[in-house]
Design a protein around this ligand. Structure first.
Ligand code: PLP
Ligand code: COI
Length: 338
């Protein structure tokens, strides 16, 4: 194993010891094997390649203060993958198999879980795709489920440093009755081009509005939207075309535990200036404060220019404190791998 500089990890892929791989054929999943090579051979007519029959998940494993390693809420990711599998006619991965796969692959790669105190974590990436051949548009008769892991640091440089977001009205992410609520690979392919435009304009993050009216806030390309109102409420978007974020659910619970009222409701874009603090939340981005949002040449201030406001800081420190085993896990969110 190469020496890793744990303190300077970004959100990038690194080879590890192995991934775990299962194949579904004739109505049954294989037992799952640890595979050392990160390369695999795939049929040229696999439905994943032609028709995008592919979905993924993202969760993290943490090295805790007590030295143990735990996964954060893996059953929630399992349930979401099952929902995505149903929507894309793929074989479902049972919740127990999903959680076991994550535990086995993390256990086989413990050397790659960043040490406690470095601020890093192990990103766990389950992937499900049609590996069977079809040439007509039809569901595959074979599926591959694999889980790869890679050590990561912050998604955006600087951790709890604010980023600037932009609304690009010439692009939509998801149609009202489309697939925004599930984690299909194609949702991300179509976000790459708008992301390049946002970056060229100096914005690391894009915020999407609803496709029908361009009036309501939906979510960022890789995370949910949340705002803290000037009178201290936690507000997050209600929409049938955004991904149900597990981090968002977690933060809502932490907010309630701390006496912060939570509102899940449609948020009109004009409301952005009403917030004292705004953040992107998700597994990869954790809680990333958003200091301003540009739309059509106008810049709306949505929080402190640098750093982080007090409510977001409290939420961030609490979720990370639970994940790293520094605070009591009163909701039973941590699942030990050993
Ligand atoms: N929204 C989108 C589009 C995402 O890709 C993600 C990341 O998975 C999220 C939200 C956040 O979801 P979670 O908190 O479950 O990681
Ligand atoms: C995650 O937060 O796990 C995601 O899936 C977002 C992104 C890396 C695709």
């Amino acid at each position: 194993m190469k020496k890793i500089d744990w303190n300077s990890l970004g959100f990038a892929y690194m080879d590890t010891n192995c991934h775990i791989r299962y194949v579904w054929k004739n109505g049954q999943w294989s037992a799952g094997e640890l595979v050392a090579s990160p390369q695999m051979s795939i049929h040229i007519a696999a439905t994943a390649l032609h028709y995008g029959q592919s979905a993924f998940e993202g969760l993290k494993a943490f090295r805790r203060k007590d030295g143990k390693v735990s996964l954060f809420r893996p059953e929630e990711n399992a349930k979401r993958l099952a929902m995505t599998a149903r929507r894309t006619c793929m074989a479902e991965v049972p919740v127990d198999m999903f959680v076991d796969a994550c535990k086995r692959v993390v256990r086989a790669n413990l050397d790659y879980v960043p040490p406690y105190g470095t601020g890093g974590s192990m990103y766990v990436r389950p992937l499900l795709f049609g590996s069977g051949a079809q040439i007509g548009v039809a569901a595959a008769d074979e599926y591959t489920f694999l889980v790869l892991v890679t050590p990561v640091g912050p998604y955006y440089k600087g951790g709890l440093q604010a980023v600037k977001a932009i609304v690009l009205d010439q692009y939509d992410r998801a149609a009202p009755l489309g697939t925004g609520h599930v984690k299909v690979a194609g949702n991300y392919a179509v976000s790459l081009y708008p992301h390049l435009e946002a970056k060229a304009a100096g914005y690391p993050v894009e915020l999407y509005l609803d496709a029908k009216e361009h009036k309501w806030i939906e979510e960022f390309a890789t995370s949910n939207f949340l705002g803290i109102t000037k009178d201290g409420k936690y507000v997050t978007a209600k929409s049938g075309s955004i991904l149900p974020s597990i981090t968002n659910l977690t933060l809502q619970q932490i907010a309630r535990d701390n006496g912060i009222p939570v509102e899940v409701r449609p948020i009109a874009f004009e409301e952005v200036t009403e917030f004292a603090e705004v953040a992107a939340c998700g597994t990869a981005v954790v809680v990333t404060p958003v200091s301003e949002i540009e739309r059509a040449g106008t810049v709306y201030k949505t929080g402190p220019a640098t750093g982080c406001g007090p409510v977001l800081e409290k939420l961030y420190k609490t979720v990370q404190g639970i994940q790293y085993g520094e605070l009591p896990d009163t909701h039973g969110w941590n699942v030990e791998v050993e």
